[in-house]
Design a binder for this molecule. Sequence first.
Ligand code: GUN
Ligand code: ZN
Length: 427
Amino acid sequence: MAAEYILKGQVLSFTQSPFGSDADTATRVDEAVAIKDGKISGRGTFAEMQALLPAAEVTDHGDKLITAGFVDAHVHYPQTAIIASWGKRLIDWLNSYTFPEEMRFADRAYADEIANRYLDLTAAHGTTTVCSFCTIHPESVDAIFTAAQTRGARIVAGKTCMDRNAPDGLRDTAQSGYDDSKALLEKWHGVDRLSYAITPRFSPTSTPDQLEAVGALWAENPDCLMQTHLSEQTDEIEWVKSLFPNARDYLDTYEKFGLLGGRGLYGHAIYLEDRERARLREHGAALIHCPTSNTFIGSGLFDMNGLMAEGQRIGLATDTGGGSSFSMLRTMAAAYEIGQLRGTPLHAAELWWLATQGSATALRMEDKIGNIAPGMEADVVVVDLASTPAISQRSTRAADLWEAIFPTIMMGDDRAISEVWINGKRI
Ligand code: GUN
Ligand code: ZN
């Protein structure tokens, strides 16, 4: 039997960004979606999809929501086992929990165990693409790419480079960071659905020599993404200023080493100065909002409204395990709450767009993933909008689709994810 399927339900897709346009103008809802050989072949009425794929296997999901799989644009898969660790501020959280755990990834068997556990957990939460930091160990990169390859998943990952301000056993050097990254990039980038991201952790853990070396690697491989952290906490920013006394600001510690570009992903980006905002926008770099992490580690309130209004490219992410949940539903809820604390609440359509097409656009993969449209890769989730009694009793009173979706955004978790499709296969 050919790999042809039709899913019936409420198929939600975006025709444009809901930021700056009306939610109903930005979206469409169809009766069915057709999937063939790993790709979306169409969306429309059930009759139209049956005409398109007459031999397809049909599943009727009733009034469940059918949408693109979630795209989590900034995670640390090696922090899976230490998620939700009590802590004070970023730097002592890193030293107390993160660095000791990351040390364990020198062991390939442990890296494999966590990589598989992580991808099982994220898929159960409806996330079909992640962009992950690994550890300094090449084994940690091989582990996550191998696990993703087995699942047919589109993911991005890279070896985390750190050559200072990290414990013994968790540092590379400027040269070995470059050499190992280059070898991993050549091994994995563009294989199946896998992409390599050049990954300096953040400027406090890299010497200027290392930043220069990874900047050179990016210049040699400009089609790779580059991921790092930027302006997450006020005391972190002070530390950066003391380590780089000649830098104009935090972003300048990357910019002067060739680490600012349109394929750059900058996690957190909370306390940006005007010059940094201007330079990020000029380059079309992506800012990744990590709302559960920003509240959990006490970092601060991301300026979604202001940054969107000035035309920044923005993605959404859990930041596992600084973030306190694997769920992009919970992450959307936290983004909503942070918007409320700033007096600028986000619409459900904006939240859903950020978790799918917005993050895909940040990863420069909006032509492949993050939406349901003909020709896109078939990473799809079926969402139950009445997954618990508490959600059900609210959503059944909803006046329109957005009101029916919003209780699942605010109160939903993995129980809301009925079915997950990766690369046209039900998993
Ligand atoms: N900054 C540098 N490393 C990390 C990390 O692992 N998590 C978070 N939240 N911020 C960081
Ligand atoms: Zn991070």
